[in-house]
Design a protein around this ligand. Sequence first.
Ligand code: TMP
Length: 236
Amino acid sequence: MKRMYEGKAKIVYQSDDPETVHIEYKDEATAGNGAMRGVIARKGPMNRDITVQLMRVVEAAGVPTHLLTEVGDRFILARKLRMIPLEVVVRNRIAGSLARRLGLAEGAPLPEPIVEFYYKSDELGDPLIVPAHAPLLGVDLETVRALEELALRVNAALAPFLLDRGIVLVDFKLEFGRDAEGTIRLGDEISPDTCRFWDAATNEKLDKDRFRRGLGGEAEAYAEVLRRIAAPRPGA
Ligand code: TMP
């Protein structure tokens, strides 16, 4: 397979079909734009499995994704997308950079979900932008509105699905792209690397904040998320 692109957590390979790619989920973990590096045992296969399960929930809610099939234990076959250079963050509770930026304590639920846009640029450290900046980055305002609507639909599907499994969806980051027909599809991943998942009973962190904040127990937390997502729904 020909390597097209290697990111911090995944590698994208060209497949035989020009419209599809293989994506490999790596065990390596980074934080702070690469300032912190480590390995979380079996993270790649766990994030692949969690992403596949959650993308199926998202698809069922009418949001197209890049997912085609699982391959081996740490790959997916996906539609090739032309990525839109924005990270779309949805927040249901105050945490992370929102808490830091506004000087607020982590944990309080937000009255309505908040959608934020960041410009995807390692060089600039992925700065927060306002929608009016997007056209300067080659993304028109109609696309920005579509991304906001799709991101809120993803949230409306995932938050109750996870809460049924004892997980609070605190916040998460999405990346979208366009397929060969121009349809906007969700790409990238939906995993404990890109979401904040808190245990609904204890508020224990079940996500990459364990790594970012040196709490330990990352592999166990990711395994617990996968176990709850893959298990039949309680009472069903
Ligand atoms: P933040 O609070 O640090 O802005 O992060 C918000 C959410 O986005 C959190 O669930 C983690 C996720 N995220 C990424 O997946 N990649 C990133 O580069 C950043 C900054 C956040």
